[in-house]
Design a protein around this ligand. Structure first.
Ligand SMILES: CC(C)(COP(=O)(O)OP(=O)(O)OC[C@H]1O[C@@H](n2cnc3c(N)ncnc32)[C@H](O)[C@@H]1OP(=O)(O)O)[C@@H](O)C(=O)NCCC(=O)NCCS
Length: 211
């Protein structure tokens, strides 16, 4: 597990700009540092393939709470624990190969958020990366952790030589507003991109940002 900088995101709803990226290249850190505000410290770290089993319970709980709370991230609720665990374990090969980066945000050694970068190995894609499955535990939302994770993913992308970021998210959700506030530009909307439990369809928006 590689070490990143510490941040603090304990205060409810930090104003815009509170968690600006200040990652240093010298110490190998990936994460931005939020200013100290007296709240619980949030540590953002890259999780290596070998560290997945130890983090499996926390990661699965995070994913289940997110999916069952109404943000499917590709799954359907109710999400079974074995399905959640199998998903996380399925990332091992790509994490080991370096074609995927998994960052986790922890508070008091408990994982409360996660986000990923998919790094395509194709030669003419090597400047770009896709942000995937960014989530914060429902009880920890609104404290700046999502923004902190995304800024850390930006740092990780730069460290991997990637300068163009893309992602897809459900239209109009809090995540959409968060990305727009972080200078992501809208490439287009695909109606009916995902399906809900009753077969209803949801429009998704494709966003991109140059680092
Ligand atoms: C999107 C998500 C990761 C944001 O995490 P978070 O820790 O709550 O986000 P932050 O506290 O850093 O909030 C950052 C910004 O998001 C917006 N935001 C977050 N939650 C919001 C809410 N419930 N309502 C309105 N805006 C919200 C605000 O604009 C906030 O800006 P501010 O810092 O200027 O106040 C979290 O809501 C989540 O896990 N959602 C479910 C999964 C998901 O949709 N992931 C995205 C898939 S691409």
């Amino acid at each position: 597990m590689s070490r990143c900088e510490r941040g603090s995101a304990g205060r409810p709803r930090p104003p815009p700009g509170r968690a600006r990226a200040t990652a240093s290249r010298d110490d190998g850190s990936l994460a931005p540092r939020a200013p100290a505000d007296g709240g619980a410290a949030i540590v953002v770290q890259a999780l290596a393939a070998a560290a997945l089993p130890a983090a499996l319970a926390d990661l699965s709980e995070l994913l289940i709470a997110t999916v069952d709370g109404g943000s499917p991230l590709g799954f359907e609720k109710p999400l079974a624990r074995t399905e959640a665990e199998n998903y996380w374990l399925s990332l091992r090969a790509e994490l080991a190969a370096g074609s995927r980066v998994l960052l986790v945000a922890s508070s008091a050694s408990r994982i409360v958020g996660a986000g990923q970068l998919a790094l395509s190995p194709w030669p003419n894609y090597r400047h770009r990366a896709e942000l995937q499955k960014i989530c914060v535990a429902p009880a920890s939302r609104g404290r700046g952790i999502g923004r902190l994770l995304i800024e850390a993913l930006h740092c990780a992308a730069r460290d991997c030589g990637r300068s163009l970021l893309v992602l897809s998210t459900r239209l109009g959700e809090p995540a959409h507003r968060l990305y727009r506030s972080m200078d992501y530009r809208q490439a287009g909307i695909i109606p009916g991109w995902t399906r809900g439990p009753a077969g209803e369809r949801y429009a998704h928006v494709t966003l991109y940002r140059e680092l």
